[in-house]
Design a protein. Structure first.
Length: 202
């Protein structure tokens, strides 16, 4: 009997389902401001923190005084349900009339209540306009947040300013406030893989 070599060629395809995780950031400005707990001095033109008006939010403080707490909300986020919130950042444009202004409170507001860590900096505000960033892509401010928490109109931030300058009365100014939410989602995707194989049979 004579043996013959036979080369076999086969092709086949199959579908594979896998999870493709994506990390996304979404930035928003507030839709409104309200006064929280009152202190020594109110804010004028608080809408300047989120609108494109020519007015800038300002608060005049004597030495040793604190501003009223201002709450910004209605950020209108649309984070997909089931997404994992990974971090939050706040960008604050601010200016102090003197070198004595400092943050008093920079906190998140969930369900209308200030909660979590206070990210107020001890550094003095600059006397020229500058931007400060609070939080990070991986910082949750001591909280466990869901998409529904962030999407709620009652989600926001609370700000308060102090004048620690013992010599003069001046005004703190806030140009705008932006919140950036970093989150991840998982999407099911079907892919088709084509494979070619060959072998020898004797």
């Amino acid at each position: 009997m004579k043996l013959r070599s036979i080369t076999l060629l086969c092709m086949f395809s199959f579908a594979v389902s896998y999870m493709d995780a994506q990390t996304i950031s979404m930035s928003k400005i507030a839709g409104k401001t309200v006064v929280g707990e009152k202190a020594d001095s109110p804010w004028e033109h608080p809408e300047g923190m989120y609108s494109d008006t020519t007015n800038t939010a300002s608060c005049s403080l004597e030495p040793g005084q604190n501003s009223d707490n201002i709450i910004l909300s209605n950020f209108n986020f649309s984070i997909p349900e089931g997404a994992t919130i990974k971090g939050l950042k706040i960008t604050l444009e601010k200016q102090g009339g003197t070198m004595g202004f400092t943050d008093k409170t920079v906190k998140l507001v969930v369900n209308g209540q200030p909660v979590g860590n206070n990210f107020a900096y001890n550094d003095y505000w600059r006397t020229e306009t500058s931007r400060a960033i609070y939080g990070s892509e991986t910082n949750l401010w001591g909280l466990k947040l869901s998409a529904s928490d962030v999407n709620s109109p009652a989600f926001g931030i609370m700000l308060q300013v102090a004048n620690s300058d013992m010599g003069s009365t001046s005004a703190a100014q806030v140009g705008f406030v932006r919140v950036t939410v970093i989150y991840s989602t998982s999407n099911n995707e079907a892919i088709t893989v084509s494979m070619k194989g060959n072998g020898e049979n004797q």
